[in-house]
Ligand binder design. Sequence first.
Ligand SMILES: Cc1cc2nc3c(=O)[nH]c(=O)nc-3n(C[C@H](O)[C@H](O)[C@H](O)COP(=O)(O)OP(=O)(O)OC[C@H]3O[C@@H](n4cnc5c(N)ncnc54)[C@H](O)[C@@H]3O)c2cc1C
Length: 475
Amino acid sequence: MDRFDLLILGSGSTAFAAALKAQELGKTAVMTEERIVGGTCVNRGCLPSKNLIEAARLLHDAQHPRYPGLSSTRPKLDFARLVAQKDEVIHEYRKKKYESLVGDSIRIEKGHVRFLDPHAVEVGGKRIEGEKVLIATGARPVVPPIDGLAELPYLTSDLLTSDEPMELSELPASLLTLGGGYIALELGQMFRRFGSEVTIVERSGEVLSRGYEPEVGPAVRAILEGEGIRVVTHATVRSVRREGFGVVAAVETRKGVEEYRAARLIVAAGRRPNSDQIAIEKAGVSVGRNGQVLVDQYLRTNVPHVFAAGDVIGSETGSQMATPVGSHDGGIAAHNALSDGEPRTADHRVIPRTIFTDPQVAVVGMTEQQAIATGHTCWCNTLPISLVPRAGAIRDTRGIIKMVADAETDEVLGVSIVSVSAGEVIHEAAMALRFRAKLRDFIDLLHVYPTMAEALKIVAISRFKDPAKLSCCAD
Ligand SMILES: Cc1cc2nc3c(=O)[nH]c(=O)nc-3n(C[C@H](O)[C@H](O)[C@H](O)COP(=O)(O)OP(=O)(O)OC[C@H]3O[C@@H](n4cnc5c(N)ncnc54)[C@H](O)[C@@H]3O)c2cc1C
């Protein structure tokens, strides 16, 4: 039997942040893991996807130079070698940022973990006890109940994993993606650029229809369709079957049932918290309707010594399933569990997010609809990115920017950007929201010329004058 100050279920970025905080406080911690140490982000999420998405962008740009005077070339694609270099990057990063941190005061126990009682779990045949407990078991792909799906080999967002059998090592000639959320769009565009035929089947009327401004989905969709991706909306996959070496999906659309064929099927219908396979009832911890572990502002569950953070708390209470949120909150949960100091609250008011399509989608704060629903009178405006001098200078005018502000106070409440470098630019908006900046603050800040960040200044100016009639530095 082993007893630790902090018993952590999981070993992802949330768990590691908590274990490091425990170490900093002079306490002992143990993590538990049934797959690969480091969890989703490093092994099969952020890192491998961003590595390969950048390779696909280089390939695409070489074939489609934006500048007259540059001729297109076709670099030879060795997909297996690309996958191998991705694995090397992951191995190195995992060693440096995860495995090397495990030592005397931080341990890892391998195996499937289950609660035995509120202070103890069973993992790898061992009983382990914790004075305090953190649930950080993350989330997994939702697999919808579709006729025939169980009999087919299908891919999920786990397809970029390394050291696991579900890793995809051969480029499929064609792909059918079930779902039009951020993972489907990132991977769909990446595979299209590598040369696969890609079809995205989305149940609602638009991609990115939930939680995003209504202007974002159509802007992204037009760009993806321009690259040859087929996007089918108002479409529900009813059944799937194998045909030869590929799959056929019967899809109900507004035109009736249509059949779509592809070499491989990717199920990208969202992610659900991993709270259902850990005997959570033995700890007495409450979960919500979608499986999210319910926590208060201190990340404490209904059982006072049990905390939860990361993907496993879902996004229903304003959090987001994203690595920086989990790792920030993991540290807070460990502090609240182990420190005698003042408890810290998890602040989910300002969470910048990026979808790594090309161009990127980056958002922070409220959408217009959310602002109105929370009682604000809104001023908001959407502008084409072509108004930004840098966009014109580098011949990449794809995208839009939308700003939402309170019409009475001019406090900026939310920003959505579809543009090149949007994931960098959004940090200025996030900092502004954090300090409750107003439209004038964006206007009065000197911006480097010519940068994409000037988009924020230009859209703020549009509250007062015509942004099409500005001189060079948006003044
Ligand atoms: C394709 C993809 C791309 C992504 N890209 C980004 C991105 O660019 N930026 C970003 O911020 N986020 C991204 N994310 C999301 C990000 O990866 C997650 O939000 C983050 O990894 C969650 O961390 P976590 O520690 O909460 O959970 P995880 O990292 O999932 O860790 C939980 C761990 O617990 C283990 N576990 C679960 N149940 C048990 C059990 N019963 N017994 C033992 N072990 C168990 C799991 O195996 C897992 O390793 C992406 C996700 C995917 C799938």
